[in-house]
Write a protein that binds this ligand. Structure first.
Ligand code: PEP
Ligand code: MN
Length: 335
C-alpha cells in the first residue's frame, strides 16, 4: 500500500530469539582464550533480509506482488459451478480486484464435507480468468496435482494445513509458477519461514507469504489474526506478505476492519472470500462477502491508496513515488 512509502524502512533487520543463548554465554565465560563472535546467518537464510536486503517482487500472471501497491485477490472459497465463478470474476473485477481466487481442491476438516470439483473447477477458473483478465490463485493439495494446477493457475496456494507438507513443498520448489504459502494454524514464525526456505532453496524464488490467523485459546473468532506477526515477518524477510482476513476471523462483519488493519500494518495484499450468494455457499459462506459488500470495502481501500499516492506525488516521499506509480500502472494495464 502506498501509505507505507511515506515512512522510510528501517535498515536494521531484527532477529528471532536464539534457542540457547544462556549456554553460549556460559561457554564463552569458561573459555580461556578471547572469544571471537561470529555472526551466524539466521536459520531461514535465503528468506532473510540479512542475506537479501532488496525486496522480492513476485509476478503472478502479470500482477506484481510486493512492488508497493496493494494487491487484492478475491473470489469464492470453492468453485461451485461455471456460472458461479464467471459471475464472481466479473463482479470482483468491476470492484477493482487484481486477482481471482477459488478452490478446486478443498482441504476440509471432515471427509463428509464438499471436497471441491477438481479438474472441472480448474477449467472454469481458467475460463473466468480469460474473460475477466484476472490472474488466478488456487490451492494445490498434493504433489501429483502440481502440473495440472500449474496449467490453469498463475499462483499456487499451499493451504494452512499443508504448510509443513515437505513432499509438496519440495515439488513446488521446482514448479514454474509462484507459490502463495499460508501460515499453518499452529506454526511459529520461524517454522513458517523455514517452510518458505524449502521453496527458495529448492529453486523457486517466487514466494508470497500469507497470514491467515493462528489457533489460540480464543474461540470467539475462527482464528486469531497475528497482525504484529505480519509486521515482524516484513522486517525479517524480503518476501511479500499478504493477509487473509476471511479465514483469520471467520466472520463476514470482521473482514472489512481486519482488511484495513492489515493494510495499515504493511501487508502487500489481501486474500478475500467473495460469493455471489454467501448464504448458499458450499463452504465458508459465513465468512464470505457478497459482491456489494466487497465493492464497498474496495472503495475504502482504494480511496486510502489514492490519498497516500497523492501525498507522495506532492513531494513527501520521492524515492517511493516511482514504485507506487509503477504498481498502479501495471494494475491499470490489465483493464
Ligand atoms: C482457503 O483459502 O479456502 C483455505 C482452505 O484456507 P486455509 O488453508 O488458510 O484454511
Ligand atoms: Mn475457505
Amino acid at each position: 500500500m502506498s501509505s507505507r512509502a511515506l515512512r522510510p524502512e528501517s535498515t536494521e533487520v531484527p532477529r528471532l530469539p536464539e534457542r540457547r543463548p544462556a549456554r553460549r554465554v556460559a561457554q564463552a565465560a569458561r573459555a580461556a582464550t578471547p572469544v571471537v563472535v561470529v555472526k551466524q546467518a539466521p536459520p531461514f537464510r535465503m528468506a532473510s533480509r540479512e542475506t537479501h536486503p532488496e525486496r522480492t517482487i513476485v509476478n503472478a500472471g502479470g500482477v506484481e506482488i510486493g512492488a508497493g501497491g496493494l494487491v487484492v485477490m478475491a473470489g469464492p472459497c470453492s468453485v461451485e459451478s461455471r456460472q458461479q465463478i464467471r459471475e464472481t470474476a466479473r463482479r470482483v473485477k468491476a470492484a477493482g480486484a487484481d486477482m481471482l481466487r477459488g478452490g478446486a481442491y478443498k482441504p476440509r476438516t471432515s471427509p463428509y464435507d464438499f471436497q471441491g470439483l477438481g479438474q472441472k473447477a480448474l477449467e472454469w477458473l481458467a475460463e473466468a480468468s480469460r474473460e475477466s483478465g484476472l490472474p488466478v490463485v488456487t490451492e494445490v493439495l498434493s504433489p501429483e496435482d502440481v502440473d495440472l494446477v500449474s496449467e490453469h493457475a498463475d499462483l499456487l496456494q499451499v493451504g494452512a494445513r499443508n504448510m509443513q507438507n515437505y513432499a509438496l513443498l519440495r515439488r513446488l520448489a521446482t514448479a514454474t509458477k509462484p507459490v502463495l504459502l499460508k501460515r499453518g494454524p499452529s506454526a511459529t514464525i520461524q517454522e513458517w519461514l523455514l517452510a518458505a526456505e524449502y521453496l527458495l532453496s529448492g529453486g523457486n524464488r517466487q514466494v508470497v507469504l500469507c497470514e491467515r490467523g493462528i489457533r489460540t485459546f480464543e474461540t470467539a473468532t475462527r482464528n486469531t489474526l497475528d497482525l504484529a506477526g505480519v509486521a515482524l515477518v516484513k522486517q525479517l524477510t524480503h518476501l511479500p506478505v499478504i493477509v487473509d482476513p476471511s479465514h483469520a476471523t471467520g466472520k463476514r462483519g470482521l473482514v472489512a476492519p481486519a482488511s484495513r488493519a492489515a493494510v495499515a500494518i504493511g501487508a502487500d495484499g489481501l486474500l478475500i472470500e467473495v460469493h455471489p450468494c454467501p448464504g448458499r455457499a458450499l463452504s465458508d459462506g459465513e465468512q464470505s462477502l457478497d459482491p456489494v459488500e466487497f465493492a464497498e470495502l474496495m472503495g475504502t481501500l482504494r480511496a486510502r491508496e489514492t490519498a497516500a499516492g497523492a501525498q507522495i506525488a506532492a513531494g513527501m516521499g520521492s524515492a517511493s513515488t516511482s514504485v507506487v506509480t509503477r504498481s498502479r500502472m501495471s494494475h491499470n494495464g490489465r483493464q
